[in-house]
Each structure stands twice: as C-alpha cells, then as structure tokens.
Design a protein around this ligand. Sequence first.
Ligand SMILES: Nc1ncnc2c1ncn2[C@@H]1O[C@H](COP(=O)(O)OP(=O)(O)OP(=O)(O)O)[C@@H](O)[C@H]1O
Ligand SMILES: [Mg+2]
Length: 339
Amino acid sequence: MSDTSKAGVRPVLSVKNLKLHYFTSKGAVRALDGVSFDLYPGETLGLVGESGCGKTTTGVALLNMPSPPGRIVEGSILIDGTEIVGLSDRALRRDIRWSKISMVFQGAMNCLTPVYTIRELMEETWNEHSSGNDPQGTVEALMIKYVRLVGLPENVLDRYPHELSGGMKQRVVIAMALFLEPKVIVMDEPTTALDVIVQAQILNLIKGLKRDLGLSYIFITHDLATEAEIADKIMVMYAGKMAELGDSEKIFGPRGPAHPYTQKLLASTPRLRKRVSELAFIPGSPPDLIDPPRGCRFAPRCSFAKAKCFSTEPPVAELGPGHLVACWKAMEDEEYERT
Ligand SMILES: Nc1ncnc2c1ncn2[C@@H]1O[C@H](COP(=O)(O)OP(=O)(O)OP(=O)(O)O)[C@@H](O)[C@H]1O
Ligand SMILES: [Mg+2]
C-alpha cells in the first residue's frame, strides 16, 4: 500500500515490506520487521519513536549498510527506480551510497577521524563512493561549493576536526553527506547533541538546503517538536514496525494522531506554555525484539487493548488520504465515525 498517492510523480525512494534482523548469539533481533513507505522528491519524512524502536536500523537499511550482525532479510528498496536489495557491496559503494543516498550518522560529528584534515576526510569519501577519477579537479570544486553552502569558510578544509566547534563539525558532516549530490539524505539525530541556538541554526540550514537543492530527507529524531518544525510527514515506529504514518498537519493538528502510541508520545512531550503537575509517560517498556509479543506489539502497554489486540496483529489500514495506522481500535473508531 502506498502511503501517499501523487498522480504522475514517481517516488524518489520506495520501500516495501523491509525487514532487517540482527543475528546475535541469543537469536534474531527483529529490529526492522516489515516497514513500507514512499518518499517523494523534495519531501521530508520524520521518523520517531522510543529508543530502540528501530529508527537507526531503518536509516542504515535504506543504504543497505547494516552494522554487523545485521542483514536485510526481506523487502525492496527502490532508489530513483533502482532496486538496491541484493546488490553487491562493491556496487552499493560505487553506485548508490553517497551518490544516490547518503546518511548523517547518529553522533557522527564526534567520530570524525582526528588525524585527517576535513579535505582529506572528504577526499576519502569521494574515493570510496565514486570511480575515483577526477581529471578536471571536480572534487576540489565540489568540496568548496558544499563547505560554503553549509555556511563554513573555505579554509575549514585545511583544519582538523578538533579545531572546530560542535556546530561547525555538524556542518562538516552535513557537507560530507551532500557533496556527492545524492537525491536522498538520511539524517539521524543531527541536532541532538547541540545547544538550542546551534540546533536552530542547523535546522534552518537543513530546511534551506532542501528548498535550494530540492533534496528529500529521512529525518530521524526522538524530539517531536523538531519533527513538527521540519517534517512534511511523520512515521511513528514501535518495536520495529510502523504504528502510524501521516502528514505532519494531521499528526500534530487539532484532531491529533489516531494510534494510542502516538497519542502517548505526544502527551509525554514537554510544552513550554502549558504547566502540568506531572509529565505523562508510557508505563512499561518496549518488548524484547528477539521474541516480540503476538498480536499488536504495543498491546501490553496500551490502555485500550482488547483480547483481539493480544492475539492478532493489526493490518496497516488507510484511515484517510496518506494516513496509515496499524491499530484495531483506530480502525474501529474510524468506522464508527463514518457510520
Ligand atoms: N549491531 C546490533 N546488534 C544487535 N542488535 C542491535 C544492533 N544494532 C541495533 N540493535 C538492536 O536493534 C533494535 C533497534 O535499534 P536502533 O539502534 O535501530 O534503535 P533507535 O530507534 O535508533 O534507538 P535510539 O533512539 O536509541 O537511537 C534495538 O533493540 C537494538 O538493541
Ligand atoms: Mg538511533
């Protein structure tokens, strides 16, 4: 099922029933267990959910770049019409990663190799993800272009990571994700480690780049307020599955989300202008992904759960245009409203 129908426009990224499991000595961790969505050119899809729900796993799966002992076990990823599940690692490195889809990794700004200058780090990315030939000096021109585009002076190329502030390092990491000119960029918590002022600057930068370059983003964060600011549509994940997907206006609008999990997530977000005696929280914790519960994986923590929720997994249903929900209660409520 397509999440949004856009007549005549081909999605830049189309994901179908994607599963990535980590094969540990204790068993297979089903961290991504059948997720489908489309991303259209110029769109930002926000990915949210509690820690461990599979956000980073989804991000790395989109580059077919699982960390060991992970492996894509099922599904399809079409990037700009090219199927990347099943491609060899060599083909992925040369033709797909960074040139078609790139990623700003969670915490990447703190992992820049300290002994290389920014120029050397960017050259390494170029060598790894292109033919390596550069007869016309294109790589130098691209490095300068993108370092400037992210608001840094050209001479940053000759500096070492430890000479830069956190905000500058994050801009470098974004420039590195951009400079092979991919269509889709996965950003995994790109502003989490920054103070609020720098956070706002980086968010504005990301928004500006999208506007000016027509980029499409998968934007991962646990911070719903940031998603409300940046995402066109939101996918809420719970225990490796999609709980709800819809336009930001729908999820954050007056009627609010349809899935009890999304409702709880929103209720647990602190609000500056609303004084509450105690912040809401979701009792219990996410399930073990080696042996997840039968039925709806959220049922053990859901105050609306009925017998059916514990026995039968809810299918993904389309409640309205582009609004997908996997929840028996949400489906019943919606049917009730329609009659
Ligand atoms: N390399 C790995 N080996 C085994 N299990 C893993 C590995 N990486 C992630 N997992 C497991 O997969 C599940 C999803 O992890 P993931 O990192 O995708 O979550 P996340 O939503 O990004 O969390 P966070 O918000 O904390 O970044 C978790 O249960 C995690 O323990
Ligand atoms: Mg993560």
